[in-house]
Design a protein around this ligand. Structure first.
Ligand SMILES: [Zn+2]
Length: 337
């Protein structure tokens, strides 16, 4: 292990933007598929190629999103959701993550009859199991899919509050988010659901400016009151917006590998994280989807260190912990599941 790797490994790392669906280890999906008598391909290696983005597939959002469909075959069942969540937390802990917010869209895990509430509880149960093995702060962000519309988002915001961390002595929901196709589904449509989440004391983050212009980030800030922005790549091209993010201490969850994989940032181009750091905008270094992007928090931090230096990476993680939605008073208490 090089000196740099050893130091990166020892830095307490903060992961604020990681999806459950795109982070399930291939071996776990393989095993759960076989248990359900599902075998769409002959070998684990073949399945891995379908779950992890291949180099020739990099650069388009469609190829990236297509990697998520196999996991959905097995994550419709309570016990399976518990199992995949535990596996994800185990991997994060092994990469030196000490604060982990996972995010998840409950509605797309209800095809076999789970209610959205049960599907949220399943992830929380997996987190509670994993927490017994690792000294790690955990919390869940509930995602409403933009394409399901503002009314479903409102219903989900209420479901999220029912499982909020501050209402229960165990791992709980700490934040609310919208994700899915940006264009044609501008943030301002989701004002009511964010108002519900805010009144329920959830942290507010918004996928914005990944595949849409800076105007969508403005809406996330002005109309939704976002505390954090997911990706936010487009914001870097708008100096006034960058100043606003810095002034209001709105953190941008930067996903370096993912942004290159989806084409949000062209390969070889300067990542917006540089602009944000230069302007004093708080940032976090995030994986987005560890399996699809073939990464983990250690690898992402190493990538960031090559771009901004290891001292800056250490500082980013230290400051990012001040922006977690996980509340300290309940974060490390022993809880049931
Ligand atoms: Zn994301």
């Amino acid at each position: 292990m090089s000196e740099l790797e050893a130091r990166l490994k020892s830095i307490p790392k903060v992961e604020l933007h990681q999806h459950v669906d795109g982070s399930i280890p291939a071996e776990v999906t393989w095993d759960l598929m076989r248990r359900k008598n599902l075998q769409p391909v002959a070998t684990l290696e073949e399945l891995r190629r379908r779950l992890e983005l291949q180099e020739h597939e990099e650069g388009t959002l469609l190829a990236y999103l297509d990697k998520m469909h196999y996991p959905l075959w097995i994550t419709q069942f309570y016990e399976n959701i518990v199992r995949v969540t535990e596996a994800i937390v185990d991997e994060a802990a092994a990469a030196g993550v000490t604060t982990l917010e996972l995010r998840y869209s409950p509605v797309i895990h209800t095809f076999a009859g789970l209610t959205p509430r049960q599907s949220i509880r399943a992830v929380l149960s997996g987190m509670n199991h994993a927490r017994k093995r690792h000294p790690i702060k955990l919390g869940l962000i509930v995602i409403a899919m933009r394409q399901h519309g503002p009314h479903i988002a409102k219903i989900l915001a209420r479901q999220a509050i029912a499982e909020a961390q501050h209402l229960h002595v165990r791992t709980g929901v700490v934040g609310f988010d919208i994700a899915g196709p940006e264009r044609g589904n501008p943030p301002r449509l989701f004002g009511s659901s964010y108002e519900i989440a805010r009144l329920g004391r959830l942290g507010l983050t918004v996928h914005a400016g990944e595949d849409a212009p800076a105007e969508y980030v403005w809406e996330a800030v002005d109309a939704l009151g976002a505390n954090r922005i997911g990706h936010g790549c487009a914001a870097a091209s708008d100096p006034e917006l960058v100043r606003r993010l810095a002034r209001d201490r709105i953190l941008v969850e930067c996903c370096l590998s993912s942004n290159e994989h989806t084409g949000a940032v062209p390969r070889g181009a300067r990542h917006p994280i540089h602009t944000f750091l230069e302007a004093g905008v708080p940032v976090a270094i995030c994986c987005d989807n560890t399996t699809v992007s073939r990464t983990n928090q250690l690898a992402e931090s190493a990538r960031a260190a090559r771009a901004i230096g290891i001292d800056a990476v250490e500082q980013v993680h230290r400051h990012a912990d001040e922006h977690t939605f996980i509340r300290p008073e309940t974060a490390l208490k022993e809880g049931d599941d």
